[in-house]
Write a protein that binds this ligand. Sequence first.
Ligand SMILES: Nc1ncnc2c1ncn2[C@@H]1O[C@H](COP(=O)(O)OP(=O)(O)OP(=O)(O)O)[C@@H](O)[C@H]1O
Length: 253
Amino acid sequence: MEIAATSISLSLNETRVLEGVDISVRTGEFVGLVGPNGAGKTSLLRVLAGLLPAKAGSVSYDGKDIAALKPRVRAQMVAYLAQNDGAHWPIRVEALAGLGRLPHRGRTSDEADRAVVKRALDLVGMADFAARGFDTLSGGEQARVLLARALAVEAPLLLADEPISALDPYHQLAIMELLREQTRAGNGVVAVLHDIGLAYRYCDRVVLLAKGKKLAEGRPEEVLSDENIATAYGIAVKRGEGYILPWQRETAR
Ligand SMILES: Nc1ncnc2c1ncn2[C@@H]1O[C@H](COP(=O)(O)OP(=O)(O)OP(=O)(O)O)[C@@H](O)[C@H]1O
């Protein structure tokens, strides 16, 4: 399966947020969407998920315009993990993760759904928390449960907005490995990432956005060049074999 977005332009409250952006992702690929605060990453992900209508351009799932697809079909094809999402009411972890099964309601057995949810919680290391109240979890634990909800959809493509930003280094690595394994198993992932070092290490392809435009796209080592990083983020980096470290600010922002 493939999501393709072409010439996406978007304005929100008269602010130009995206301008002529093309992006696509296929099953089997791990795409990192990177760029500074306000670059338009969340907006682009929401356009890809069909949650925000673009002012210009088109989004298609497997060649079909998303406007022509039923919401339920779309929800089965693409899972979406929002940034800073959550639940502000008492709900058990397994019930929250179980909401990921809604696109399949009526078509699978409760038993099968429970097994999928258990597996998703297991994958993010939260199986032992299944009976806990979501509102009693730490921020990083909540983030992993929300990822489990998205994984429980079992959609071929996952759009994840900052899936690791609340996580400690151990769990950042664990989740990056998990997302890579998902793509090796045949799914596709687009993840918004602020950690350019981890994007460099784990992603097959990186899309660098800055000021609403695509500055570069391609293999991590091509896109995350010193020059592109300086242009997009205004920083200099240090790099070694297989890693990049943000090192110092270069320009006032
Ligand atoms: N409803 C809105 N009205 C006006 N401007 C908006 C609205 N929503 C978003 N924006 C602006 O659009 C730009 C892009 O926002 P977006 O959330 O897509 O950026 P981002 O790259 O995900 O940033 P971050 O890394 O901070 O999460 C920002 O400058 C933001 O202020």
